[in-house]
Design a protein around this ligand. Structure first.
Ligand code: PHE
Length: 444
């Protein structure tokens, strides 16, 4: 099945950082802290951790394994594990491809805002106040132009392929992001008001527990680990046969969760520091402001308290946010592009432009109908498509794919895995526990 000319990640660490790059993005830095803040803090953190390790991690192993076995784009990989029903298998791949393209279409809008907050302060510093204001306030024209800029960046990286594009960018930039985060947490914790946020994040108050919270935590875990939409499957297909999938997946999940955790340690305290300094964080009804307003009022307020150095830290922070978003968006665009290059035998350089172009058009439609469509597309993709396709992949691996083949693929290059606890638990876990857990949460 393996065609030796197919692209691969050139190193193990390169793959881990690329997969972690896909996982770490707006979902961690943005979604997780604001969800935690509006769902009672520590209780959400606790349920989230449970969801990541008890549900998302085993599914991450499943998606990576399907991809590596197929050694092809998701449509073909899914067909190779379900040869009796090639049509249905292909439909699942196509559904994942459409879902991930829709995710990219809203993701690019938000990433565009970040880009605005990166350029805005620079323009302001050199006297272009009107342009800076335009970049930092909500308008259709701004949303449109910045989204297009971000889409072009994504297209350019994916155009260069796996090792030179995706891997090179992810390896360099992920570590810088982590260091900057730790430094910022160190700073914010010295500020007045921070302890209140820290307490909210770490000390559980179980009165906040609800079934809605569990659903949100599951959705957040799926989104954060890029599950259910074939991104991890396509990255798995570039994985070398000598990689230990369970271990690698664990490292990716751990890295992703650490970044979310550190982001929580930053954003929740920063919210209360901002409140202490007079920034409004609750609306008139007493609920937290929505996440975009929150991050865009709280973080700039924090950078201001840092004096002149704050301007630079702020710029650096938004640079890294854009990069984190970019390492995720490339893993989205890679799904349809891999399908087009292999299924339609197209040149990668051609495929990126027309597919990227179509997604940009869809994203523009969202921009022009922002009020009606933005929230709708987010909820359709993250609340429905991701978990539903996730259940389908678990059922495929657990019930349809031949057990011997699954296990053979996982232990490839690692015969000693057979002695591990993972080996004893994982197969029936994905077969029974994962689907049951997801269906229960879903129908709650
Ligand atoms: N995991 C990414 C994030 O947290 C988002 C993503 C979702 C990436 C689905 C790929 C596929 O921002």
């Amino acid at each position: 099945m393996a065609s030796s000319s197919r692209a691969q990640f050139s190193s193990r660490i390169g793959f881990i950082l690329a997969a972690a790059g896909s996982a770490v993005g707006l979902g961690n830095i943005w979604g997780f802290p604001t969800q935690a803040a509006s769902n009672g803090g520590a209780v959400f953190l606790f349920v989230y951790l449970l969801m990541v390790f008890a549900l998302a991690y085993p599914l991450l192993v499943a998606e990576l394994t399907i991809g590596r076995y197929g050694n092809a784009n998701p449509i073909k990989s899914l067909r190779s594990i379900w040869p009796q029903q090639r049509g249905i298998a292909a439909l699942l791949g196509i559904a994942g491809m459409i879902a991930v393209s829709m995710i990219l279409s809203f993701y690019a809008i938000v990433a565009g805002w970040l880009f605005g907050f990166l350029i805005g302060p620079i323009l302001e510093a050199i006297g272009f106040t009107t342009a800076a204001n335009w970049l930092e306030s909500f308008s259709t024209s701004r949303n449109l132009i910045l989204m297009v800029v971000f889409m072009i960046m994504t297209i350019m990286v994916v155009r260069n392929g796996v090792a030179n594009g995706i891997e090179r960018w992810s390896t360099r930039l992920m570590p810088v992001l982590l260091v900057l985060f730790v430094v910022m947490v160190g700073y914010i914790l010295t500020q007045e008001g921070a302890m209140e946020g820290l307490k909210m994040f770490l000390v559980p108050d179980f009165s906040h527990f609800s079934s809605g919270l569990v659903v949100s935590a599951m959705g957040q875990a799926f989104f954060s680990l890029s599950l259910g939409v074939c991104s991890m499957m396509v990255y798995g297909s570039y994985l070398r046969k000598d990689t230990n999938i369970p271990k690698t997946a664990a490292q990716v999940a751990l890295l992703d969760t650490s970044v979310a955790f550190i982001a929580g340690m930053l954003i929740l305290p920063a919210m209360f520091v901002a409140q202490h300094n007079g920034v409004e964080i609750y609306n008139d009804a007493g609920a937290l402001l929505d996440s975009d307003t929150l991050v865009f009022s709280v973080l700039p307020a924090m950078f201001e308290t840092m004096g002149t150095g704050g301007v630079f830290i702020g710029i650096l922070f938004f640079v890294l946010m854009v990069i984190a978003a970019l390492t995720s968006s490339i893993s989205m665009l890679e799904v349809p592009v891999a399908c087009a290059t292999e299924e339609l035998q197209q040149d990668r350089k051609v495929a990126v432009w027309w597919i990227g172009g179509l997604i940009t058009i869809f994203s523009s439609i969202i921009v022009f109908n922002f009020g009606d469509m933005f929230g709708l597309v987010i909820s359709l993709t993250t609340e429905y498509a991701q978990p539903i396709l996730g259940v389908c992949f678990a059922l495929l691996v657990g019930w349809i794919w031949k057990r011997d083949q699954v296990l053979q693929e996982i232990k490839e290059g690692y015969p000693e895995l057979e002695q591990s606890l993972f080996w004893k638990i994982w197969p029936w876990y994905v077969r029974v526990v994962c689907p049951v857990m997801m269906l229960m949460v879903f129908f709650a």
